[in-house]
Design a protein around this ligand. Structure first.
Ligand code: LER
Ligand code: MN
Length: 272
């Protein structure tokens, strides 16, 4: 099993996984602990510099699983469902720049999470949904041109108003209908939104391109009350061959959380 450590760039507004040391230092520590890869939430398209990130990862024998686009919403206030068409255009341009960064960093995917946005300005969900589908289609087409994947990550209701569950994610995939647009699941969000995370994984099946693991409290797996055994069983049943990205609160500190997450995942999948 390829295990990846999710790192938000130092200073990120994202509420989890923000590294307290430089990304170069965090990558070195991940490698030292035995990780296979890292996944990064940048601060913007050039920070971290994609080539420098790639060189750092390669120097430590790690790959880069993906880049997250959350910074486009969190740092720049741009979302795919904003009532202003100019803001939506800028959000698409920013996500396409993230795809360029992923290509330069050697990462195979970028993920679409909070960039979907929240209902604003009185617009209804029905009005905003086609905007979301149009923006995702435009970015998905560009991802296809670059040979990359765009993943839709269902997120819990406190972070986004659009696509909380696997079924809504599958609806969006249907609406977009591009092989370059796939699903990404996160056990933290599934624990809040899905009746059964394991059944949700089975429904996602072949559409699944990436998975995030965190416990019920976003701490390292094993430090909350989620039962990961049915989740691992469902991933096996679904024939999932991608990475497990550990996207956790890095508490009490990066090393302790990263060590616990890696050990837990290796044991869960019988890798040790
Ligand atoms: C946000 O909670 C999340 O799950 C991330 O994957 C954002 O990149
Ligand atoms: Mn996630």
């Amino acid at each position: 099993m390829n295990v990846s450590l999710y790192l938000a760039a130092p200073g990120s507004r994202f509420w989890a996984a923000a590294s307290t040391v430089s990304l170069a230092e965090a990558v070195a520590r991940a490698a030292g602990l035995g990780y296979d890869a890292v996944e990064v939430m940048p601060l913007d398209a050039c920070n971290p510099d994609p080539e420098a990130l790639r060189a750092t990862a390669e120097r430590h024998g790690l790959s880069i699983t993906g880049l997250a686009t959350g910074y486009v919403a969190l740092e720049q206030g741009l979302t795919f469902t904003h009532p202003d068409p100019e803001i939506r255009r800028q959000a698409v341009r920013a996500a396409c720049r993230c795809l360029d960064s992923a290509r330069r960093a050697g990462a195979p995917l970028i993920s679409i999470g909070v960039i979907r946005g929240r209902l604003q300005g009185g617009a209804s969900r029905e009005e905003a949904w086609p905007h979301l589908a149009d923006c995702v289609r435009e970015c998905g087409l560009y991802a296809g041109e670059l040979g990359l994947t765009l993943t839709i990550e269902p997120g819990n209701r406190y972070e986004t108003d659009f696509v909380h569950t696997v079924d809504e994610g599958l609806d969006l995939l249907d609406a977009v209908n591009l092989p370059s647009v796939r699903l990404q699941l996160d056990t933290f969000h599934m624990n809040i939104e899905e009746a059964s995370p394991a059944d949700a994984i089975r429904r996602a099946g072949p559409h699944l391109a990436h998975v995030h693991f965190a416990d019920s409290n976003r701490r390292a797996p094993g430090w909350g009350h989620l039962d990961f055994r049915p989740i691992a069983g469902a991933l096996r049943d679904a024939g999932y061959a991608g990475a497990i990205g550990l996207e956790m609160l890095l508490i009490p500190d990066l090393d302790a959380a990263a060590r616990q997450g890696l050990r837990f995942v290796r044991r869960l999948f019988g890798d040790v």
